[in-house]
Design a protein around this ligand. Structure first.
Ligand code: F6P
Length: 320
């Protein structure tokens, strides 16, 4: 391997820049040239490819977003798109590629591997929904951003003795909601993996907590459940307690990455660069049980992950 490419794909995540920086600099130290591919697989198909050196990634480790930009690419789901992508890699002398993104992006990486481009995935998503790894780049920053925002909503919720429904991101996964639920001491957490849609039970809980003397009632609602505005209207009608909905939205994806995100992104990025230097392909980097590891992409995509039952049970108990 003489030259590799790096791209970010899917939703951006704080820490992606730290991963790019590590991939560039570790590859250079391995004697391998690096090209940056802009705007994910879209940019590959449009040949938005630039040479990168150590200075290209100066002053980026502390920045949110991705300096390579990102996109979701429908054309790359087709065989024609994948073949075109592999040909463009060959045309530019790219014989290895690191894809930083989520499961969808790894599916693209898997196809490129099958077409002869050595490809490695690095888990970058705020959702934490990649089964082969305990950690995904961006989760820590996102969950801290959400936690701080929820603390602020809680202040005003208490002052007005309201119920507040706060919707957090996570697509179909409830990890951000669970972690905020524990960290913010939320009275209720609605997770796609756990919520039985028994709204009467939720309403009873809100009324009982008011009787117990609680001044606010924070419901953290995962994006996978959604419909927070309508839920707030129904709860207010049923309980007589003023209820407001706040959807945190894309602010959760921005901001300077936390120390944890910078460190894990740096090590995972370097690890991916080393896998390519060793001639490996079709692998995903992960952090599992305290160690940096890598898995075959096919195996990684087949793995299942769920909410930790003990964490969920304790979170409910502590909200008494
Ligand atoms: O995967 C990250 C994520 O922020 C999810 O939590 C959310 O469902 C989705 O991306 C939002 O995507 P978009 O930026 O396209 O609105």
């Amino acid at each position: 391997i003489k030259t590799i490419g790096v791209l970010t794909s899917g939703g951006d995540a704080p820490g992606m820049n730290a991963a790019i920086r590590a991939i560039v600099r570790k590859s250079l130290s391995n004697g391998i040239k690096v090209k940056g591919i802009k705007k994910g697989f879209n940019g590959l198909l449009n040949e938005e490819i630039v040479d990168m050196d150590a200075r290209s990634v100066s002053d980026t480790i502390q920045r949110g977003g991705t300096v390579l930009y990102t996109a979701r690419c429908t054309e790359f789901r087709t065989l024609e798109g994948q073949q075109k992508g592999a040909e463009i890699c060959r045309k530019h002398g790219i014989d290895g590629l690191v894809v930083i993104g989520g499961d969808g992006s790894f599916a693209g990486a898997q196809k490129l591997s099958a077409l002869g481009i050595n490809t490695i995935g690095v888990p970058g998503t705020i959702d934490l929904d990649i089964a082969c790894t305990d950690y995904t780049i961006g989760f820590d920053t996102a969950v801290n951003t959400a936690m701080e925002a929820i603390d602020k909503v809680r202040d005003t919720s208490t002052s007005h003795e309201r119920c507040s429904i706060i919707e957090v991101m996570g697509r179909n996964a409830g990890y951000i909601a669970l972690w905020c639920g524990i960290a913010n001491g939320a009275e209720d957490i609605l997770l796609p993996e756990k919520y039985n849609h028994d709204e009467q039970q939720l309403i009873n809980n809100i009324i009982n907590n008011r009787k117990k003397g609680k001044k606010h009632h924070i419901v953290i609602n995962a994006e996978g459940i959604g419909h927070s505005e309508a839920m707030a209207r129904r709860i207010e009608a049923a309980t007589g307690i003023e209820t407001r909905a706040t959807i945190l939205g894309h602010m959760q994806r921005g901001g300077s990455p936390t120390c944890r995100d910078r460190v894990y992104a740096s090590i995972m990025g370097a690890y991916a660069a080393d896998l390519l230097a060793q001639g490996k392909s079709n692998r995903v980097v992960g952090y599992k049980n305290g160690a940096y590891v890598d898995f075959d992409i096919d195996e990684a995509l087949a793995m299942q992950k769920g909410i930790n039952d003990y964490e969920f049970t304790v979170s409910r108990l502590l909200a008494m």
